[in-house]
Write a protein that binds this ligand. Structure first.
Ligand code: B12
Ligand code: SF4
Length: 479
């Protein structure tokens, strides 16, 4: 008896690019991101942590990662499953699937195929999307037997043990959502796992990942103390331990050991910290970052790394030291031209002394590249909001053309998703793939007129910016 974990190939962007000819996720990302691949995380640490934990409990776990295998079609992934079945003669007790809303249809195809191969196998889906939408998933898609809310390590091993016992009772598995005999969906309360008590992540993909030019991934925290309305991470954290913060940190010594292991055993020289919020403005978070920088500097490791933080996490003295220790890039979500006021709308709760431009300029002067998160087109923005955002993007030290067309993605289960739905702007015929119209007709028309520019070959920042300015001038929204 075993568990099979499958990471879907993630091919949804094929429809937008290359005239629909199939490309693998990695080929697609290379087209979109280009050089930024240096810091692109590619190992699915969630599945790999579940694998490590279950193996530590003596459970046999099989694993297929269709992204790292560079599958270009879902048929290739299904073939890998069939091949593995013939090779190891397995009949998994549980099949675990993961992924964002955009891979839900791939996960349905994988689940249907597996149910045909092994009708008695139980299929569970996990990750942020499943955590926030388990009720709808299990009600509408009977191919899934269970969904995992929050952390999956202890839950998967407990479910395995429960299913192998004579008196299987799903209600005893914390965080498990399931269908009751009457067809209704129920769940037991999810707990925040003590992440300092988990075994080290399985590194099944690391050699391929490094050979393909990607960094080694590490995580140092889970969850987030903030509750930004467009983000799934904060919302999932709020479900854990009856709403107490699900934000947790791994001890600094363990992180140091993980980096040393990846450096020595796999010659990893580039690292990406996948935490949604590695560094916050809290003194303890800054102390931790300081300790990590001291360690990396003292070991004279020849590494480069990146992490995500907030505008209000930036403290130039600390960032100078982090740069000396190898920090070369940060991702910062600014979101809008009205970032302080709009911060309230998105519940970002920002506390700043400097402007966003000053902060980003300062980081660049230290030698740290900044990747910006921008929600240029928000469903509720008016032309004046849009005008402020375009001005801010233009003032930022490193401009990227895609920032000018970024649109809020309403992830199902988030506050923004519900807000758009309640306002009647949402179109969800193919849920969880959803679209929406903008409340302000002028913004809608500017978006519709700007989007086609992106299919022009070599479209430049100035071309799109000037087009946006002309559109805003036409409606007297640019001064
Ligand atoms: C690394 C990463 C990737 C990697 C690897 C993902 C993969 N599956 O191969 C790559 C680059 C491929 C990727 C791609 C995408 N990603 Co991504 N990604 C992340 C990131 C930064 C870290 C994930 C991680 O390793 N976390 C650490 C581990 C330990 O936690 P975890 O993944 O949450 O897993 C735990 C639980 O969720 C749960 N769990 C997860 N899966 C399963 C499965 C089972 C069976 C069970 C029981 C439990 C379980 O148990 C795990 C262990 O406790 C997160 C943000 C974040 N910080 O979480 C975004 C995030 C998951 N990605 C996101 C998105 C939107 C995408 C893309 C659509 C982006 C794009 N346009 O290409 C694609 C979709 C790919 C896919 N197949 O899902 C969103 C998901 C939003 C949503 N709810 O839909 C996130 C949350 C970022 C965000 N805040 O917007 N991603
Ligand atoms: S600070 Fe970042 S990770 Fe946390 S809720 Fe906001 S957007 Fe999500």
């Amino acid at each position: 008896m075993s568990i099979l974990l499958v990471n879907a190939p993630t091919l949804h962007e094929n429809k937008y690019i290359n005239n629909g000819a199939p490309l693998s996720y990695i080929e697609l990302r290379r087209l979109w991101v280009g050089e930024g691949m240096f810091f692109y995380p590619i190992e699915p640490l969630g599945l790999l942590s579940i694998k490590a934990y279950c193996e530590s409990k003596g459970i046999v776990v099989h694993y297929i990662n269709a992204i790292v295998n560079q599958d270009k079609t879902i048929s290739e992934t299904l073939e890998s499953i069939s091949n593995l079945r013939s090779e190891v003669q397995m009949e998994p007790l549980i099949i675990g699937l993961t992924g964002a809303s955009s891979v839900f249809y791939e996960n349905i195809e994988i689940a249907r195929f597996c149910k045909k191969l092994w009708p008695n196998t139980k299929i569970i889906i996990g990750g942020d999307f499943a955590s926030l939408n388990y009720d709808r998933i299990l009600s509408e898609h009977k191919v899934f037997d269970y969904a995992c809310i929050g952390d999956g390590e202890i839950l998967t091993a407990a479910l395995f043990e429960s299913l192998t016992s004579e008196d299987h009772d799903p209600s005893t598995v914390d965080g498990l959502a399931y269908r009751m005999a009457n067809g209704l969906i129920t769940s037991s309360s999810p707990k925040a796992t003590d992440i300092n008590n988990l075994p080290s992540i399985s590194r099944d993909d690391i050699r391929k990942v490094i050979d393909l030019g990607f960094p080694a991934s590490i995580y140092t925290t889970r969850g987030c103390p903030y509750r930004c309305t467009f983000c799934t991470t904060g919302q999932v954290s709020s479900l854990l331990d009856n709403g107490r913060s699900g934000y947790r940190s791994i001890d600094i010594e363990s992180i140091q050991n993980e980096i040393l292991m990846l450096y020595n055993d796999y010659s990893a020289r580039r690292f990406v910290v996948v935490d949604d919020l590695f560094l916050s403005r809290s003194p303890s978070s800054k102390r931790r970052a300081n300790q990590l920088a001291d360690f990396l500097i003292s070991k004279e490791l020849d590494i480069e790394y990146m992490f995500d933080c907030r505008l209000d996490s930036v403290d130039f003295d600390l960032f100078k030291k982090l740069h000396r220790s190898g920090l070369r890039q940060v991702f910062i979500g600014i979101e809008s031209g009205d970032y302080e006021e709009k911060g309230d709308h998105y519940k970002k709760n920002l506390k700043l002394g400097l402007t966003a431009v000053e902060i980003c300029q300062g980081l660049l002067e230290i030698g740290i590249n900044v990747v910006y998160g921008m929600i240029t087109f928000d469903p509720f923005a008016n032309a004046s909001d849009l005008s402020k955002t375009v001005k801010l993007i233009d003032a930022l030290p490193q401009q990227r053309v895609n920032l000018l067309i970024n649109k809020l993605i309403p992830y199902p289960g988030t506050v923004e998703y519900n807000r758009i739905k309640e306002s009647g702007l949402l179109e969800e015929k193919f849920w969880p793939e959803v679209t929406y119209t903008f409340r302000d007709e002028c913004v809608q028309s500017i978006y519709d007129n700007t989007k086609p520019l992106y299919s022009l070959p070599n479209v430049s920042f100035d071309l799109v910016k000037n087009h946006l300015i002309e559109e805003l001038i036409k409606i007297n929204a640019w001064d």
